[in-house]
Ligand binder design. Structure first.
Ligand SMILES: [Ca+2]
Ligand SMILES: [Ca+2]
Length: 244
């Protein structure tokens, strides 16, 4: 009996140590396969402790990978796709709230954060820390500072990576202005801000591998992941009902 207890507690320690030291999530190794592109099929990056990298691939043309992450430090949060080696294709990042509503999108990182963080040409950045003029509303993309960076608080958010030609939408309406200036960090069209992610528009044949570098983010703790999974399951039930 005592031996069994000792064995169990050392197993628990090994498990805890593994969780504590792992700061990276891989779409295949940890997620078990291709991450879906909608909240109901997103990979929930579940665990504990800081999350510093997500790695994965666009396995097929048009692939979009959506991850539920926990933003623990909104004031210092950022996500970027690194050098042209870290991410092999011209990327785009989208950030959504826990209900799947659009918050921020960037195609190509502004030059100031690209220089300070070593982000490659045409790679993407979402976060504070760029010049105020680089944050723009999709309704006024030509006006410097037409949006103000911010997140509502710590919690679960959805982060999507795609090829630049793929854009989040509800029905056929894109959430964000996807044309020039490509290096602005954009808030959604006001009319789209309450619309939950329902699909992706624009086509691509590009495949490749990526690394998303994160700051101010954590693994999604178990209770929150159960809620996120619950939302996904509710979505599946909804789909089933609609099919009948
Ligand atoms: Ca994928
Ligand atoms: Ca890009």
């Amino acid at each position: 009996m005592k031996h069994a207890q000792l064995w169990l507690s050392s197993m628990a320690l090994v498990a805890l140590t593994a969780v504590a030291s792992a700061q990276t999530w891989d779409e295949i190794a940890n997620g078990g396969g291709d991450a879906g592109d909608l909240p109901g099929t997103a990979q929930v990056v579940v665990g504990s402790g800081p999350l510093t990298q997500i790695t994965g691939a666009l396995q097929t043309g048009g692939d979009v990978d959506l991850f539920a992450i926990f933003i623990s430090d909104p004031a210092n949060f950022y996500a970027h796709t690194g050098s042209s080696t870290a991410t092999t294709f011209d990327s785009k990042l989208h950030l959504f709230d826990s209900a799947g509503r659009p918050l921020w999108m960037n195609d190509d990182a502004p030059s100031d954060v690209a220089t300070s963080l070593g982000i490659g040409s045409l790679r993407s950045y979402i976060g504070g820390g760029s010049a105020a003029g680089n944050y723009r509303s999709s309704d006024a993309p030509g006006t410097a500072g037409s949006a103000t960076w911010g997140l509502t608080g710590p919690g679960v958010y959805y982060l999507a990576i795609s090829h630049w030609s793929r854009n989040s939408a509800t029905g056929t309406s894109q959430h964000f202005h996807s044309s020039s200036p490509y290096n602005a960090i954009k808030s959604p069209y006001a009319a789209q801000a309450v619309n939950v992610l329902g699909g992706w528009v624009g086509s691509s044949t590009t495949t490749g591998t990526y690394t998303i570098f994160l700051n101010g983010a954590s693994f999604v703790p178990e209770p929150a992941s159960m809620l996120a999974l619950g939302a996904g399951l509710a979505g599946l039930v909804g789909l089933r009902r609609r099919k009948k």
